[in-house]
Design a binder for this molecule. Structure first.
Ligand SMILES: *Cc1c(COP(=O)(O)O)cnc(C)c1O
Ligand code: SF4
Length: 393
């Protein structure tokens, strides 16, 4: 069914594809040659970089990257929008954009602690694609497609085949379940990336959810405003703003991602009254330094996005090279709290392996609790005492 297909269309016949590839490479390298089509998100999707040959012509690859790209076929295939690719520093193998987008050989080593479904989503799905872990909210996975495939994706078991979105029949089953569970007041639409769907289809999903009286808020989880900011156009924003209260959580990883295009996209969403939150995965060698994380969080506030979650990297298969000890995240929070705007401090969480949900992990500021007296420390490590009321239990 036409209405079901995602926006990405398969590339044309070979000669056409290679001619287009050459154009794409020119415009990635030279911003002055970009035409209007650069700002057309459908052009961006059609011209994603998906092959070793296309990438090799643009940046000198390391041997580990070459091997990684060769092996990254099948699930979680590689795809990078020309826009996101243009943020890569081609002379720096450590470039944080590059490390997120280009597979490395390390992706194919599996540690014994790793899991296919690290957060136990499939075992909490009453309908395939509908994860119901918490009593009052549910997660709806509507598509397996993303504009760019993050190499550390926790849902790598299911993303990247670019299959059609959840079928209408399946969605109707999910709606039936949601209608029957009166405790659910919040539905989070995620994927993959829901903004990869045609606006009409996304609207159909949102409208059906809105029609359920006990669903108070709808949330969208997306990375598209970062990897394909041109997708956030007037048509999309005008559609979304009809369905308030609607929230959006946007996945950001690094301050380099905050470009004029992303600033404009977030501005349009915020102007439409959509409260914007951020989600960030803590990634080794990408954003695991307190100075980088602080810059990211401050820049997010500047573009009207309120930091929401910082995630410990899940135990997804082939992601060991991205993971840090939990203490690294705790230390980052310690370096933010009190040292910068309170709004800039996200909640650091570990999504419990196997499926216990998000568990907050915070530095400890409570030194001791004695009868009637609590000992605390502040961000400068100074000690303070608070006298509690003498409560009679
Ligand atoms: C993260 C998540 C939610 C939403 O959690 P909040 O803490 O409310 O943002 C809901 N369901 C599942 C399965 C989740 O993983
Ligand atoms: S955008 Fe999200 S779902 Fe898509 S590849 Fe990245 S982490 Fe995975």
């Amino acid at each position: 069914m036409e209405g079901l297909s995602i926006c990405a269309e398969p590339s044309g016949e070979h000669s056409q594809a290679s001619r287009r590839k050459a154009d794409v490479q020119e415009v990635i390298e030279d911003p002055s040659r970009r035409k209007d089509e650069w700002n057309d998100w459908k052009w961006q999707l059609k011209n994603r970089l998906t092959s070793l040959d296309a990438i090799r012509e643009l940046i000198p690859l390391t041997r580990r990257e070459e091997e990684g790209i060769k092996r990254a076929t099948g699930r979680l295939a590689m795809a990078v929008t020309p826009y996101f690719f243009s943020l890569i520093d081609k002379n720096d193998p450590k470039c944080p954009i590059r490390k997120q987008a280009i597979p490395r050989l390390e992706e194919f080593s599996v540690s014994s602690c790793e899991m296919v479904d690290p957060c136990g989503e499939d075992s909490h799905a009453p309908v395939t694609g509908l994860v119901h872990r918490y009593p009052d909210r549910a997660l709806l996975i509507v598509t397996d497609s993303c504009a760019m495939y993050c190499r550390y994706c926790t849902r790598r078991r299911m993303v990247g085949e670019e299959l059609p979105p959840m079928s209408i029949e399946r969605f109707k089953e999910a709606i039936k379940y949601l209608k029957s569970k009166k405790t659910i007041r919040d539905v989070l639409i995620s994927g993959g990336d829901p903004l990869m769907m045609k606006t009409e289809l996304l609207e159909y999903y949102i409208k059906e959810l809105r029609a359920i009286p006990h669903i108070e808020i709808i949330r969208l989880g997306t990375r598209v405003p970062v990897t394909l900011p041109m997708r956030v156009d007037k048509e999309l924003v005008d559609m979304l703003k009809k369905y308030h209260p609607l929230y959006m959580s946007i996945h950001f990883s690094h301050p380099k991602e905050i470009t004029p295009e992303v600033t404009a996209a977030c501005g349009m969403l915020a102007d439409a009254g959509i409260p914007l939150g951020s989600q960030t995965v803590l990634l080794k060698g990408i954003n695991d330094k307190p100075s980088i994380m602080k810059k990211l969080m401050q820049e997010l506030l500047r573009i009207r996005v309120r930091p929401y979650y910082l995630y410990q990297c899940d135990l997804a298969i082939g992601t060991a090279h991205f993971r840090t000890p939990v203490a690294v995240g705790m230390n980052i929070i310690e370096e933010l709290r009190g040292h910068t705007t309170g709004y800039a401090v996200p909640t650091f969480v570990v999504d419990a392996p196997g499926g216990g949900g998000k568990i907050p992990v915070s530095p400890t500021y409570l030194i001791s609790q004695a009868k009637g007296k609590v000992t605390l420390r502040n961000y400068e490590n100074k000690i303070f005492y608070y006298t509690e009321p003498a409560t009679v239990f």
